[in-house]
Design a protein around this ligand. Structure first.
Ligand code: HEM
Length: 391
C-alpha cells in the first residue's frame, strides 16, 4: 500500500536537529509516514508510543523490530518473540538483576568505571565514545556473562565493526559481523555444555536450565537470545554517555552543581536519560488494519516507536527541552514499556550513574573539541566526540 509522505529522514544530522524534526512532527503530524529506510510510521507522542508498546496483540515484534529493517535469518529472543513465548528468556536473565544482585554490582562497577575513566582523564581527555564509553559496557557484559578475556576482546572488535556497518548501512558486512557474534554465542553454549556451571551464577547456564512444559528451550533460540544480549546492551550506553558529556560541556553550571552535590546524580541521570534518549527506531508491525490516534495504519505497516521524541513530549514533560531536576513527571520511555521493556535497565542505571558521578567528581569541566559524529537510526547520540578535560 502507498502512503502520503509526511517527512524525509535527513541525510545528515547534528546533535540538535533530530529533536527539532521530532518537535515539528509532534505538533503537526504525530504519526508520520516516511518512505525512507524501507518505509515506516514514526510514532512521536508519548501516549501513542506507550499504547503501541502495550498493545502487543495488534503490534507484533516478530516481523520487523528495528528501523531501518535489517534482514535477519534467525530469531533472537526475547525481542523477536511476542508474549508469552518471550517470557522464559527474560526470566532466565532477570534473576541476575534483582535488587540484591544489583547491590553486588555497585562496587564492581565503581572499579570498572575508574579502570577506563582514569586513563582518559589522565590523558587530558580525547574521544569519550571510542576511548571510554564503548569499552565500558563490553567489560560489563563480559563480567555479567562470565566470558574469558579473549572472548571479551573478540566481542569488543566484532561489536565495533557491527556498529560501524549498521551506521553505514552496509548490510553485507552487517550480516558477516552478526554471524561472527553468533559464533561467539555458540562457543559459549558449547563451553557451558562441556563445563556445566551453576544456573544461579551463570546467565548462559540459566538459559540452558529453563524448562517449559518439561522441555528445554530450543538450541537455536538459546543461541539467538545470547547473540541478542551480547550486543543489545552495548550500543545504547556507548552513545548515551557521549550525549551526557556533550550536555556537561554545554552546561558547565550543571557540571559544577553535580561536582558540589553528588547526591543529585540520580535525578540528573534520569533527566539526561529523558533529554538524550538513545533509541528511536525500535519497531513493531501492524497485524491488521488499525489506527493510532485516528491515523489509519495498514496491515503489515512497520511502526517505529520514537522513544527519543516521546520523552520530549510537552504534554507529559512541561519545558520538555529544558534540564530540570525538580520534575514531578518521571514517566520515561527510555527503556521502553510493555512486554519487551528493557530487562537490563536496572544494571544500565547503575553503570550510568557511576559514570556520571565519577565524571563530575574527577573533573571540573569538559570542553568539547571539534564536531560530533552522530549515530543514525535506530539510535540517537554521538558515535564520536572529543573533549579537553579540566581537572
Ligand atoms: C542506556 C542503556 C539502555 C537503553 C536505553 C536500553 C533500551 C532498551 C529498550 C528501549 C528496549 C525495548 C525495545 C522494544 O520494545 O522494542 C530494550 C530491550 C532490551 N534490552 Fe535494553 N537498553 C539499555 C541497556 C541494556 C543492557 C545493559 C542490557 C543487558 C544487560 C539490555 C538488554 C536488553 C534486552 C535483552 C532487551 C530485549 C527485551 C525483550 O525483548 O524482552 N539493555 N532496551
Amino acid at each position: 500500500m502507498t502512503h502520503k509522505v509526511d517527512f524525509k529522514v535527513p541525510e545528515t544530522e547534528d546533535f540538535d536537529s533530530p529533536h527539532a524534526l521530532f518537535a515539528e512532527l509532534r505538533s503537526h503530524c504525530p504519526v508520520a509516514w516516511s518512505d525512507d529506510m524501507g518505509g515506516f510510521w514514526a510514532v512521536t507522542k508519548h501516549a501513542d508510543a506507550k499504547a503501541v508498546l502495550e498493545n502487543w496483540q495488534m503490534f507484533t515484534t516478530t516481523v520487523q523490530n528495528v528501523v531501518p529493517r535489517v534482514a535477519t535469518t534467525q530469531r533472537r529472543p526475547p525481542l523477536h518473540l511476542d508474549p508469552p513465548a518471550n517470557t522464559p528468556y527474560r526470566n532466565a536473565i532477570q534473576r541476575f538483576l534483582t535488587p540484591a544482585r544489583l547491590s553486588e554490582w555497585e562496587p564492581r562497577l565503581e572499579t570498572m568505571v575508574a579502570r577506563f575513566l582514569d586513563p582518559w582523564i589522565a590523558a587530558g581527555g580525547g574521544d569519550i565514545c571510542k576511548d571510554f564509553s564503548f569499552l565500558l559496557p563490553i567489560a560489563l557484559l563480559a563480567e555479567f556473562f562470565n566470558l574469558s578475556p579473549d572472548k571479551a576482546e573478540l566481542i569488543r572488535e566484532v561489536g565495533a565493526e557491527f556498529n560501524m556497518a549498521l551506521q553505514r548501512q552496509d548490510f553485507d558486512l552487517l550480516r558477516q559481523k552478526s554471524d561472527e557474534l553468533y559464533d561467539i554465542a555458540a562457543d559459549l553454549i558449547a563451553d557451558r555444555h562441556a563445563n556445566p556451571r551453576d544456573p544461579d551464577e551463570d546467565p548462559t547456564a540459566s538459559l540452558l536450565a529453563v524448562r517449559v512444559d518439561g522441555e528445554p528451550l530450543a538450541d537455536d533460540l538459546i543461541l539467538g537470545a545470547l547473540r541478542q544480549f551480547l550486543l543489545v546492551g552495548i550500543i545504547a550506553p556507548t552513545t548515551f554517555i557521549g550525549s551526557m558529556a556533550v550536555h556537561l560541556a554545554r552546561h558547565p553550571e550543571h557540571h559544577a552543581e553535580l561536582t558540589e552535590n553528588p547526591d543529585l546524580v540520580p535525578e540528573a541521570l534520569e533527566e539526561l536519560l529523558r533529554l538524550y534518549t538513545p533509541y528511536r527506531g525500535f519497531a513493531r508491525t501492524a497485524r491488521e488494519d488499525t489506527e493510532i490516534s485516528g491515523c489509519p495504519i495498514a496491515k503489515g505497516d512497520p511502526v517505529a516507536i520514537v522513544f527519543t521524541s516521546a520523552n520530549r513530549d510537552e504534554e507529559v514533560f512541561p519545558e520538555a527541552d529544558t534540564y530540570r531536576l525538580d520534575r514531578e513527571a518521571r514517566d520515561l520511555l527510555t527503556f521502553g514499556r510493555g512486554p519487551h521493556m528493557c530487562p537490563g535497565a536496572p544494571l544500565a542505571r547503575v553503570l550510568l550513574r557511576e559514570t556520571l558521578r565519577q565524571l563530575t567528581q574527577k573533573t571540573l569541566r569538559l570542553e568539547q573539541r571539534g564536531g560530533i559524529e552522530m549515530t543514525n537510526w535506530p539510535e540517537y547520540g554521538p558515535l564520536s566526540v572529543s573533549f579537553n578535560v579540566i581537572v
